[in-house]
Design a protein around this ligand. Structure first.
Ligand code: F6R
Length: 262
């Protein structure tokens, strides 16, 4: 794992956006895996700026989102389809037909999840998967105890996740109990994963994911098994990492990262 600790979330988000920018310019039909939630929003804003000001072209990019709430139609204000349209897709030149999310209204969950996996494979697999992390260590909506080999499927959300996400709804009771999510096995097959985490509230989950054992009780720890995971942190999210100064030094000495604008 490559651990990148920057003074604030803006700088970390910009650096992550630059990784994606370079990848799209190198491979215009890049397949992006995308996440929702508050964490990637500043990174998406920087991608929008790069599209508007620096000609970053998304016309051939394809995307697959990690997850969607079960029972929410695409036009529901708290659906992840709506979130992605508002936070990213409506502001760049990606054709909407190239953007995929699981369908929370599907009548046949098993068939839909299998078809989602088949679509990812048919697109050539995910080149870069963007991830946030839950305060319980979830990635996608793979809650603690998820199989590390899991595939796209239905998951029941923990009470902690429903409470964390209730800010997007009028009240806790409105947060769905279920979701469809890519599995941990699905995520591990992407060629690169970029995990973003900001704020003290993520520091325990991050310490467990990076320095704890690989365990289904912290699903993000499965990324230790991935050959190219880059973790972008602000100081607060990195606050409980024992090897903080080593990660800083590795980053500062890396010829690869020196070529980036930070
Ligand atoms: C969202 C997702 C989740 C979030 C996580 C963190 O598509 O898959 O794993 O990344 O719940 O959410 P925020 O960023 O709102 O703290």
């Amino acid at each position: 794992m490559e651990i990148i600790i920057l003074p604030d979330s803006q700088k970390a988000s910009r650096l992550c956006a630059e990784v994606i920018d370079r990848a799209i310019r190198a491979k215009p039909d890049l397949v992006l895996g995308l996440a929702t939630g508050s964490t990637p929003v500043p990174m998406y804003r920087d991608l929008i700026r790069r599209h508007r000001e620096e000609g970053l072209d998304f016309s051939k990019v394809r995307s697959f989102n990690l997850d969607e709430y079960l029972g929410l139609p695409p036009d529901h204000p708290a659906s992840y389809r709506r979130f992605m349209d508002e936070q990213l897709f409506d502001h760049i030149n990606i054709p909407k037909s190239s953007t995929r999310l699981p369908d929370g209204m599907t009548k046949d969950i098993a068939a839909h999840c299998a078809a989602y996996e088949a679509e990812i494979r048919a697109a050539g697999g995910i080149d870069i998967q963007v991830l946030g992390i839950g305060s319980d260590g979830h990635i996608g909506f793979n809650e603690p105890s998820s199989s590390l080999a899991s595939r796209t499927r239905m998951q029941t959300l923990t009470l902690q996740t429903r409470q964390d996400n209730s800010r997007f709804f009028d009240k806790l009771e409105d947060v769905p109990f279920g979701c469809l999510t890519m599995g941990i096995g699905t995520i591990l097959e992407s060629r690169m994963t970029v995990l973003l985490a900001f704020g003290e509230g993520k520091s325990d989950a991050i310490a467990g994911a990076i320095e704890g054992p690989v365990t289904a009780m912290n699903p993000a720890s499965a990324l230790q098994l991935h050959p190219d995971t880059r973790v972008f942190l602000d100081e607060a999210a990195a606050g409980k990492l024992k090897l903080r100064s080593y990660y800083r030094e590795s980053f500062e000495r890396s010829p690869y990262w020196q070529s980036f604008k930070i």
